[in-house]
Design a protein around this ligand. Sequence first.
Ligand SMILES: Nc1ncnc2c1ncn2[C@@H]1O[C@H](COP(=O)(O)OP(=O)(O)OP(=O)(O)O)[C@@H](O)[C@H]1O
Length: 255
Amino acid sequence: MSRITVDGLTKHYGETVALNEVSFEIPEGEFVIVLGVSGSGKSTLLRCMNGLTPITGGEVRIDGTPVTQPREDTAMIFQQHNIIGQLSAYGNALTGSLNRNGYLRSVLQFQPREDKYQALEALETVGLLDEARQRASRMSGGQQQRVGIARALVQNPDILLADEPVASLDPGSAQQVMGYLRTAAERRDLTAISSLHQVNLARKFGERFIGLRDGRKVFDGYREDVTMDVIDEIYGDIDTEGLFARTDADREATA
Ligand SMILES: Nc1ncnc2c1ncn2[C@@H]1O[C@H](COP(=O)(O)OP(=O)(O)OP(=O)(O)O)[C@@H](O)[C@H]1O
């Protein structure tokens, strides 16, 4: 498990201010969802946290150490599944050990027994053990994303970052994938941060929420704090009707 500190994080792309003085701290083992409309800075935040994108100002620290490049203890899951279609689910999961074994050994599956066991264990965590031999290209989008989660787990991370992991999935598969992501993080005591734009999914699976709007942090709180007003603050004029079940706090406020 690892503690993450984001301190005055600012990122400019030319004239565009993608992140503006964003600060927060995530204690070990928390499951955080970053909310915001398209363009609010969610992907940039995750990429800066993983050292994939150079920072303009401020700092990201993991257990006190500044992040300046991708770290082995941080695994990332992307919107596009980024898995190898010709390989089986098992073969893909095994490529998570790439850092330990090198590319050739990984693709040829010359890994130590321990890594192979881990790949099977990770597939079991995401409910795909029975499909381990299936070619990834023949799997559904949701299954492919679960293979992506398994591969990330084989990396043996302390931190799991997921950038819109269910953006391209139908609602049923999206729920399933988020459920497996949450279970995986809990089982392995990971500190996890996922961006999402679906409010209903976020509320179902999130523990803590960080809201971004135009690159600024406009909300940071726990499930009971996510009221309709907070949603309006994060989403502005965008119609979120039907995406958000009213909370007891809202009902009391309007009673
Ligand atoms: N590589 C880049 N070059 C220039 N501008 C960029 C780049 N990446 C992001 N931006 C801009 O930075 C802002 C934040 O983008 P970002 O992708 O982080 O938002 P997002 O909330 O993740 O959006 P989405 O949900 O659509 O992925 C946007 O205005 C975007 O156009």
